[in-house]
Design a protein around this ligand. Structure first.
Ligand code: UN1
Length: 511
């Protein structure tokens, strides 16, 4: 198997180019002068992609703005029909697009496919939603009046997505925005140009089948930060969903606030789990391993801090160390690989730096360092388990790499406090069979995160729930539940069907 992987490397670029062709990406997307699109599997360049100029980006927003004017008039269930076709096209392309996610983002095969499955799931969700964009009818205090609310499309929805979920994040936003009657302009991570091009081509096929999708309803703009800024600054973009670091959110958030645009911010996480005395340790072990090492620690929901009760620490942590030292790291295409490459050298260096800081802060590091066996190029890291005596130094921030900081605790109230004592507030979990602990953890005095789980790790959320977090995570919610409301504007309507004009609050104004 080792040999097969080595020889397959020679054809990685060729395979990726064949996938792009099959997925319908036109040759005009590529130019030798463009930005190199790399695979983190080997670090090799697959192809050079033509990026957009600022003028082209502005023109795309203009097209989207014009398209919105027509799209908003189509009944929502009809818009849902387009999203249904998008889901069908994604189903047909699942294997190819999943494989391309593996090649471009370095995700292991099942996670590459899983990412496309999330896209399909949100399409299904949005199709149902297209017949459920309900407003309330409200009791009015005036006779012969009716009060109700209507939800209207809001305009162009900008989407800025990160490298780690290169296509799913677009779909959570786009599927909802489309049924809500918005048009969408997408600026993907400059590290993820190929999967973005492929996704756009898939969506264009669905649009063609649908027939009546106005040109510009879905736009893709490729480029670096300056292209993203155009989307952030353009007043014709009333809602912008941005996924990335807290540092990025600090730049984007105030700019959107200055022009009163709606921000859906999906920023950093520093997610924790608590393992209590009654925890099912077999289950906890698996939950922790997937959440901490899966996707090579590059999910915003990745488990980064683990609090283990004194009474189970010496049972759980040695087992965890064993799992860490035996987990299969390597080419994400190879069967059985659980941990693929980091996205690039900067990510690996960031991990090394955090581990040095942890050592300096008194931590004991198990694992870590570069994995080189059986891989040709790329930055593969050995996942690190770091025993810390206190929550300090690098434990307090997000390092986008497979590092799990482990700490002991003895008091439940204090551990909940420690759990919440970081900047981010995305996801969290508790492993316990004690009903009081479980309920307290998800209660008002428990976890302060947007996601709080019991006997499940913090990562791997389904699309049916609202996804997002509090504090430095940015407060945005995407995907399920009533997240759709962020993509629409609400009008409150009061209708007088009587012959007099009673005023609210009993005010008299007789002229
Ligand atoms: C992200 O890392 O950007 O819950 C999102 C999860 C996925 C989404 C992660 N459904 O892990």
């Amino acid at each position: 198997a080792q040999h097969a992987v080595q020889t397959a490397d020679a054809s990685l670029a060729a395979e990726a180019r064949a996938l792009l062709k099959r997925l319908g990406v036109p040759d005009s997307a590529f130019a030798t002068s463009g930005r190199p699109a790399l695979s983190p599997i080997t670090g090799e360049v697959i192809v050079h992609v033509r990026e957009h100029s600022p003028e082209e980006a502005k023109a795309a927003i203009t097209r989207a703005h014009e398209a919105f004017k027509a799209w908003r008039k189509l009944p929502a269930p009809k818009r849902g029909e387009f999203v249904r076709l998008l889901g069908e096209e994604l189903r047909a392309a699942k294997d190819d697009l999943g494989r391309l996610v593996t090649i471009e983002a370095g995700k292991v095969t099942s996670e590459g496919l899983g990412e496309v499955q999330e896209m399909i799931d949100i399409c299904d969700f949005a199709v149902g939603l297209s017949r459920q964009l309900y407003g309330l009818t409200i009791a009015t205090e005036r006779a012969d009046h009716r009060m109700m609310e209507t939800w209207h499309p809001v305009g162009v929805c900008g989407v800025i997505s990160a490298f780690n979920f290169p296509v799913a994040v677009w779909s959570w936003n786009a599927a909802l925005a489309l049924v809500c009657g918005d048009s969408v302009v997408w600026k993907p991570s400059e590290k993820m140009l190929l999967t973005a091009l492929a996704t756009h081509a898939i969506a264009m096929r669905a649009a063609k089948r649908f027939g009546g999708v106005p040109d510009g309803v879905l736009e893709l703009i490729l480029g670096g930060r300056e292209i993203g800024e155009i989307l952030v600054d353009d007043h014709r973009v009333p809602v912008l969903s941005a996924t990335g670091s807290t540092a990025m959110g600090r730049q984007v958030g105030p700019k959107l606030a200055a022009r009163f645009a709606r921000a859906i911010l999906e920023l950093g996480g520093n997610n924790a789990a608590i393992v209590t005395p009654t925890a099912d340790l077999d289950l906890a072990l698996r939950g922790i391993a997937f959440a901490a090492m899966g996707t090579a620690g590059q999910r915003c929901t990745t488990l980064r801090r683990l609090f283990v009760h004194d009474s189970v620490y010496d049972k759980l942590v040695p087992r965890l160390k064993k799992v860490y030292s035996s987990v299969k790291i390597g080419d994400p295409r190879a069967e059985g690989t659980l941990v693929g490459p980091l996205i690039d050298k900067a990510a690996f260096d960031g991990m090394e730096r955090a581990l040095d800081e942890a050592r300096a802060a008194g931590g004991t590091v198990h694992g870590g360092g570069r994995h080189t066996d059986g891989v040709a190029g790329g930055y593969y890291a050995k996942p690190a388990l770091v025993e810390m005596t206190e929550q300090t130094g690098p434990v307090l921030r997000e390092t986008f790499a497979p590092i799990l900081y482990v700490m002991r605790y003895s008091d439940f109230d204090k551990v909940v406090e420690a759990h919440n004592a970081v900047g981010a507030g995305l996801s969290s979990s508790i492993f316990t069979l004690d009903m009081r602990e479980a309920e307290t953890f998800i209660s008002v005095t428990g976890s302060d995160c947007g996601i709080a789980n019991v006997n499940i790790g913090p990562s791997g959320a389904e699309i049916g729930g609202a996804f997002g977090g509090e504090k430095e995570t940015g407060g945005g919610r995407e995907a399920g539940s009533d997240s759709w409301k962020a993509y629409m504007r609400r009008a409150t309507n009061t209708i007088n069907y009587g012959k007099t004009l009673p005023l609210a609050q009993g005010v008299k104004f007789d002229v």
